[in-house]
Design a protein around this ligand. Structure first.
Ligand code: SF4
Length: 559
């Protein structure tokens, strides 16, 4: 007890005596984590935590890497690293800036602090994953929302709030305005966009104690400024060794924000400087940030890939001494169907640098958007997504691309959207038809509710909600998760339970038993849709036969 009191007093004392850095950059506890070195698990920040104590999920799901010797954060989101670099290049001294984990803010915020800059992807849980899974799975507010609120209410920020301004930027900052919470959270300025000049001006105003606009826009179209000239390279390593290779997309999907920006490729020498810096600062893993890895270097207006440029990029990164694994963030499917040879050549590089495995086999993955199986909706909202093909060919593009990818040990993580505006029953049935065609391929499917993101063409449209799940939408949702469980459960269990007896006990008895309990709970607590929930959980928790997964080049024979 004495130890606890002493350490509390030491903490209080530190709060009393620290003079503070002028600028403190931070993000919420979920966004500051590398999720045990797994970018795909980071999705779970959008889930509710249920009855599990916050301290436990912080330790077990989203712990932070140890801080540096001076107490600053070692691995932080890429966007925050860009802001750090923008400020230093914009004339601020690095001695006046600290980048800190939320739990260490009291070491850096003090009477001298003038700005706390917060970066956030999903501050109020309005992102696609949070919106979908916190309403379907339940468990209360998404962890992203809880942790962001904790951050803005941090005792060190509260204590010195009179002297400092809070600026929130990042991809999800718009959510604060949409939810009308920026004032109650004490946020002085919501920053949208990432152009360096306006960001530097904003921080200068805050340092000088000048009033800040409640909303600051630094999101001019990439047509209006020279991205590669103005955007500095990062000065310190980011989570998962993130390095940007391109910005924007240009395919014009109306539900998406990068659609507002045509694509800009970051020059290879700039990319390699960030790769070198990441390796030098301890990351042997490199995550390449892009909306479409296959279009690096492509100039064709119909989005025909530039094989030579893409292969050169991945080979150069892969050959850099100290790079052990490479992960690209996003890819589109049309280039795969258009140029299978490019996929083959890339796979030869990436398998040697793979981060994930399926059973004992190394695999490659990246996130891609299927979105829908309906050619009508493709034509209406995303007619550029399948270029150089036609909207009517979309199902063929998807199935052929999945075949080519699987043949090269490439298992995509695919998102699909439920409830696009004007989605009709026939559209959903076409998506179900596409899912039937995909049943033998290896992939991970993430069905998501449509969310009208800020700055996308459909931003004024209504988002999809839990109560809009028709029978076809519900069947589709369950089908996605049935595929996921069928494909991934054996690998997941084998990695943890190599003993066949234990494996079978879990698969055949323990998981179905908990499925019964959870199903009964949903049945009692989900009102009119309770029975639907109960049956779905029962179904998904039962052992599933391996009825013919695809193996290289062919579909495995049915068991
Ligand atoms: S292809 Fe992807 S990144 Fe590009 S506009 Fe469409 S959804 Fe957005």
């Amino acid at each position: 007890m004495n130890i606890m009191i002493n350490s509390y007093l030491r903490g209080r004392e530190r709060l009393e005596t620290v003079s503070g850095k002028k600028i403190v950059l931070t993000a919420s506890a979920t966004e500051m984590s590398d999720f045990l070195n797994n970018p795909f698990i980071a999705f779970s920040g959008g889930f509710g935590k249920g009855p599990i104590p916050l301290s436990y999920v912080r330790k077990t799901l989203y712990p932070h890497r140890p801080p540096l010797a001076d107490g600053q954060a070692s691995y932080v989101p890429y966007g925050l690293r860009k802001v750090e670099s923008i400020l230093i290049e914009g004339g601020f001294s690095s001695n006046d800036i600290a980048v800190a984990y939320p739990e260490d803010l009291d070491k850096f915020i003090g009477p001298e602090t003038r700005v706390v800059g917060i970066s956030s992807m999903d501050p109020t849980g309005m992102g696609y994953v949070s919106k979908t899974y916190s309403s379907i799975v339940g468990g209360g507010e998404p962890m992203n929302r809880i942790e962001f609120r904790k951050l803005v209410n941090h005792p060190a920020i509260k204590k010195y709030k009179k002297n400092l301004k809070i600026i929130v930027g990042g991809y999800g900052s718009w959510q604060l305005e949409r939810q009308h919470v920026s004032q109650s959270y004490g946020v002085d300025c919501v920053l949208m966009g990432g152009r360096p000049g306006p960001i530097v001006e904003l921080f200068k105003k805050a340092i000088n104690g000048e009033p800040l606009p409640h909303i600051a826009k630094a999101d001019e179209s990439l047509d209006n400024w020279n991205y590669n000239q103005e955007m500095p390279i990062t000065k310190n390593v980011a989570i998962h060794g993130a390095v940007e290779i391109s910005k924007g997309c240009g395919r014009n999907c109306q539900f998406c924000t990068p659609t507002m920006q045509h694509k800009i490729d970051v020059p290879l020498e700039k990319i390699m400087k960030e790769v070198a810096l990441s390796v030098a600062q301890g990351s042997d893993h490199i995550t390449l940030i892009t909306e479409d890895m296959f279009l690096y270097g492509a100039k064709d207006p119909r989005f025909v890939p530039n094989r030579e440029a893409v292969v050169k990029l991945f080979k150069t990164v892969g050959d850099y001494p100290g790079v052990k694994s490479i992960q690209a963030a996003h890819m589109s499917l049309a280039p795969v169907y258009h140029d299978p040879q490019m996929v083959k050549e890339l796979a030869e590089i990436l398998i040697a640098k793979s981060w994930y495995s399926f059973g004992k086999k190394p695999i490659i993955t990246a996130e891609t958007g299927i979105e829908t199986g309906s050619p009508r909706l493709m034509k209406k909202y995303m007619a550029g997504k399948m270029l150089p093909f036609q909207p009517e060919q979309w199902q063929d593009v998807v199935t052929n691309a999945f075949g080519i990818l699987n043949d090269n040990d490439w298992y995509p993580l695919a998102t699909l959207i439920i409830g696009l505006p004007d989605e009709k029953e026939e559209d959903m049935l076409q998506t179900l038809e596409l899912m039937d065609k995909l049943k033998d391929y290896n992939a991970f499917y993430v069905p998501l509710f449509f969310v009208p993101l800020e700055n996308c063409v459909l931003m004024k449209q209504k988002g999809a909600e839990m109560d809009s799940l028709s029978k076809a939408r519900w069947d589709f949702f369950i089908k996605c998760w049935e595929y996921n469980i069928k494909i991934w459960k054996p690998t997941f269990l084998e990695n943890r339970l190599p003993n066949p007896l234990l494996y079978n006990t879990f698969d055949k008895f323990i998981i179905p038993y908990f499925g019964k309990i959870l199903g009964a709970y949903y049945g009692l607590t989900r009102g009119a849709s309770g029975e639907q929930f109960k049956q779905a959980v029962y179904q998904l928790s039962m052992p599933m036969p391996d009825n013919g997964r695809r193996v290289k080049g062919k579909v495995k024979a049915k068991a």
